[in-house]
Structures are given as C-alpha cells and as structure tokens.
Design a protein around this ligand. Structure first.
Ligand SMILES: [Zn+2]
Length: 83
C-alpha cells in the first residue's frame, strides 16, 4: 500500500516532532493537533475529508511509495501483513 504523507509545519517553519491527537469534526473535517518544540506550543491543522480523499494517491503510484523493506519487516513483526 502506498501513501502520501500529510505535510505538517509550524508557523515558525519547524516540522513538529510530536503529534498529540488526530480527530474528526461534526462538519466532516480531519483535525491534527501537534506540538512544536521550537515554539513550545500546540498547533492544529484541519482539512475537509473531501480534500483528504482528493489527495489520496492512485493505487500503484510509485512516486509516493514510501514503504521500504524495513517498513515491511516492521509491520510483519507487529502481525500486519503487507499487501
Ligand atoms: Zn514552531
């Protein structure tokens, strides 16, 4: 399975080192709370689920394939079979 990462950056330009929570709103958006250690603050991004769906890669799209042999071994060690 390939996936496209959701880019998360703080206002200061740092990439957050910790995601606190992922949730969904009553108006059909996904919300991600994350922590920026550079600014010591909690930030969030929200994205409508329709946009999330539009950003899903096509099956077999190689450019966004991030899975490596190491990931596969990790998943298998957790009892999750790679597709
Ligand atoms: Zn920051």
């Amino acid at each position: 399975m390939s996936y496209r990462a959701l880019p998360l950056t703080c206002f200061c330009g740092e990439v957050p080192d910790r995601i606190l929570e992922v949730g969904f709103t009553s108006d059909h958006s996904m919300v991600v709370h994350f922590w920026c250690s550079a600014c010591s603050r909690v930030l969030f991004v929200s994205k409508p689920l329709s946009e999330c769906q539009a950003e899903c890669p096509e099956a077999g799209e190689e450019e966004t394939r991030l899975e490596t042999a190491e990931d596969t071994r990790f998943l298998e060690s957790m009892g999750i079979a790679a597709e």
